[in-house]
Write a protein that binds this ligand. Structure first.
Ligand code: DHB
Ligand code: FE
Length: 285
């Protein structure tokens, strides 16, 4: 049986990827940010998953404003790294897990979540920056990744409640897969940031840290927070945080098990124009 072993949460700011790719991680501006992920890199060496189920949002890269699925699961064997305007990042291509992805699609759709099936997709910074933060700069990513896109780019976006319930459905799907696989589920995006308009540059440390507290200890209460509160308090792009509830919903306490163990928590402002948050939660066995 496959099982969820941990959830990982992190912001996915593109400038972080550029800092890594251009060899700037030791510069004074970036050093404190990357220092916060040193523990995470050791942790994932000690706790390697067989597959990462990576919840992210496409930023009008693979999908354009012509067509935007609310939830979409990547079922392909591989996912090329997207060109977001500066050429593709110099990172390995992403290898998928078509068998597990197809199984999760089958199970989750039968649990009444209408997923879009994606058989071809270039993946943008939303997916590659979290991989870089956790794994550094390997010649190949150490395990297959199932990309899972959530629309937080064009309204209406899904509610926190639906995201949490979707995570619960994903857990059931993983647990009904007939192979012994350790699966980590990652939630990415956020924290507070607004990239355009009069409020560009908005950061809200109090909101972000209250979100982290509640995501850890009371995810159901966090899931009840309406999307407009994220936008008001955390900026127009702060709504990306709703994706973290998908990963949180897949943890065992929401299926009647013990609460997860907090392995790491990190918060740093600023990275480019964004607050960076990061959590690692382990399943208690
Ligand atoms: C930026 C883009 C993002 O997708 C994000 O999550 C944070 C910051 C940016 O362009 O700066
Ligand atoms: Fe983003």
């Amino acid at each position: 049986m496959a099982r969820i072993t941990a959830s990982v949460f992190t912001s996915h700011v593109p400038a972080i990827g550029a800092a890594l790719d251009l060899g700037k991680t030791a510069e004074p501006y970036w050093q404190p940010l990357f220092a916060g992920y040193e523990k995470s890199k050791q942790w994932i060496r000690d706790n390697p998953p067989d597959v990462v189920f990576l919840v992210f949002n496409d930023h009008a890269t693979a999908f354009s404003l012509d067509m935007i699925p609310t939830f979409a699961i990547g079922c392909a064997a591989e996912f090329p790294v997207a060109d977001e305007g500066w050429g593709p990042r110099p990172v390995p291509k992403v290898t998928g897990h078509p068998e597990l992805a197809a199984h999760i699609a089958q199970s989750v759709i039968q649990q009444d979540f209408d997923l879009t099936l994606v058989n071809k997709m270039d993946v943008d910074h939303g997916l590659t920056v979290p991989l870089s933060l956790m794994y550094g700069q390997p010649a190949a990513w150490p395990c297959p990744v199932i990309p899972f896109h959530t629309n937080v780019v064009q309204y209406p976006v899904p509610s926190g409640r639906r995201c949490l319930a979707l995570g619960q459905a994903i857990r059931r799907a993983v647990e009904s897969f007939d192979q012994d696989l350790k699966v980590q589920i990652w939630g990415t995006g956020g924290m507070s940031h607004q990239l355009q308009g009069p409020r560009a540059g908005l950061i809200n440390k109090e909101f972000d840290n209250a979100f982290l507290d509640r995501l850890i200890a009371d995810p159901k209460a966090q899931a009840a927070v309406p999307h407009i509160d994220y936008v008001r308090e955390a900026g127009s792009e702060g709504i990306e945080l709703v994706m973290w509830l998908i990963a949180r919903g897949a943890m065992g306490d929401l299926a009647g098990g013990p609460p997860p163990r907090l392995a790491h928590r990190f918060y740093h402002v600023p990275a480019s124009n964004t607050a960076v948050g990061h959590l690692i939660l382990e399943e208690q066995t």
